[in-house]
Ligand binder design. Structure first.
Ligand code: C5P
Ligand code: MG
Length: 222
């Protein structure tokens, strides 16, 4: 079964799901800001389904027979943004699958939207987001993390040349998305320079303020 049978999703003019039934939190931040790390922690405590746009693109790139494989590879290497029709369709398919197979209704969509057209298309044709969790981190910290990750990640874009290009794309193309959501009061900003556990403490506190609570039942002493 191909991961993408057609690219119809973004042609719709109304969302297929209502935010009353399906919760989407976008997770943004520069490359190496710690999005994936924090998402893994959130999955364990809150029961979210974590979907990384980058992971879905890499999966499609490696899928034998994919008509988009070569195109995706080029964009990733160059650190530029894959045409949104492909990414939105991959996300919609993955969400559908998680709803059917795992009965999930709460999603963390990591590394998306990286460009305004992706944001608009997703909210118009899939489902409006609840808010965006934005991990704010200085470039020198992110660069060091990425270089370290590159020693074991096997990723074609964790090298100094691609990293530079990804930083540039982030500032020029992805930050406008954060600013647009900010103007709608839909950004939850977390300072992401410290270690994973400290950052996560702040994430939990911020989510609580937004009414998002962990699912793990804790023993409460009375
Ligand atoms: O999020 P991650 O670092 O895994 O993304 C890797 C690459 O995938 C990006 O640099 C970009 O080329 C592509 N991508 C994209 N659109 C997204 C997410 C990732 O084009 N929303
Ligand atoms: Mg990631």
């Amino acid at each position: 079964m191909p991961a993408i049978a057609d690219l119809g999703a973004t042609k719709r003019t109304s969302p297929i799901w209502s935010p009353d039934d399906v919760t989407v939190i976008f997770v943004l931040g520069g490359p190496g800001a710690g999005k994936g790390t924090q998402c893994s922690k959130l999955v364990a405590d809150y029961g979210f389904k974590h979907l990384s746009a980058g992971d879905l693109l890499r999966e499609e790139q490696d899928r034998p027979g994919s008509e988009f494989g070569e195109m995706i590879k080029t964009y990733i290497k160059e650190g530029t943004i894959v045409p949104m029709e492909v990414t939105v369709q991959l996300l919609e398919n993955a969400m559908k699958l998680a709803m059917e197979k795992e009965k999930k209704t709460m999603f963390l969509i990591d590394g998306f939207p990286r460009k305004l057209d992706q944001a608009h298309a997703f909210e118009r044709s899939v489902v409006p987001s609840k808010f965006t969790l934005f991990f704010d981190c200085p470039e020198d910290v992110m660069e060091e993390r990425l270089i370290n990750r590159g020693k074991t990640s096997g990723r074609a874009d964790d090298n100094p040349e691609s990293i530079r290009k990804r930083f540039r794309t982030f500032v020029e193309t992805s930050m406008p998305v954060v600013h647009e959501f900010e103007s709608q009061g839909k950004v939850v900003k977390v300072e992401a320079t410290k270690g994973p556990d400290d950052v996560y403490d702040e994430v939990k506190a911020q989510l609580k303020e937004r009414g998002v609570e962990p699912i793990t039942l804790k023993f409460v002493q009375t």
